[in-house]
Design a protein around this ligand. Sequence first.
Ligand code: PHE
Length: 353
Amino acid sequence: MIANLINQLDNISSEADKEISSVNSLAQLNELHTKFLGRKGLVAKLMGAMRDLQPEDKPKLGQKANEVKSLITGILEKKEAELQANEDSEKIKKDKIDVSLPGTSQKTGGIHPLTQTINEIIDIFVQLGFAVEEGREIEDEWHTFDALNIPKSHPARDVQDTFFVKSSQEIDSSDNQNVLRTHTSPVQIRVMQNSTPPLKFIAPGRVYRNETIDASHYSMFHQVEGLYVNENVTFAELKGTLLSWAHAYYGPDVDLRFRPSYFPFTEPSAEVDVTCTMCAGKGCSVCKQTGWVEILGAGMVHPNVFKSVGYDPEKVSGFAFGMGPERIAMLKHRINDIRLFYENDTRFLKQFV
Ligand code: PHE
């Protein structure tokens, strides 16, 4: 009996040796510890036979069991050290920082070049004491045209130039249809209707024209409108205001040139040129050798405009202007195609970040 038990212990010992040597994780090793040496492990189970042994055989079994236990413990410990070392070096390998890898760049957002331009224009006028107003992009014909002294017969009102907005299935047959505003001047009307003079504001925003799209025309673009209404406003104040703005925006060396022009809502009216900043007024391809580039339209508010909002043209006067930020940005950055602003090509846009 005792010989058989000792034999079994030897078998357990060699089985343990075999199994432990093929293990490759600490978790598996732990399982084998339990299997062979645990409280209910193979060695412990065999010791249950102790009760049935002759007294003189008991120490023999005990001694053999201790030998086997320490043998297996030794194998387990050796294996554990081995596995632990492996795991450590794996971890070190995984955590290693490869400083030779090329950097991955983070893409940053940026403000659209046109928005930058509009913001710069606005900031200067705010410093000159102008408030900032907003109108609506879907306007009615009255605010867009009639109130601005643009008669029904005016070519600007034609469907050629104006996008009409269908109010239902059919285009409204009334004589005050909705349109996409073709300029920001209706904001003049909206603000004057809702307040009393004096008032002084700019109105930046989108405008829409039914135009054939090419390098210098787009069906949607921006304007910055300006209006100042008070008693005894003079053309000299218009000139001074615009010149102050131009010096702040372009620098002190530029000049402005006022050319007589015509707008139904201002009288007198002017188209205003700024010194070409490409050639400092000497003449180049950008200014077509004139030394000047046109950037805005302006004039003294027409009495009929005041009448349409209930202001007395005998008591108040004012000036108005409208500038094109696309054109200003194109000249400033030498951009030769207006469509670039609206194509969202990041190769273009990222040059302005
Ligand atoms: N509304 C005019 C346009 O769109 C510009 C302008 C505004 C001219 C104010 C004079 C005064 O062309």
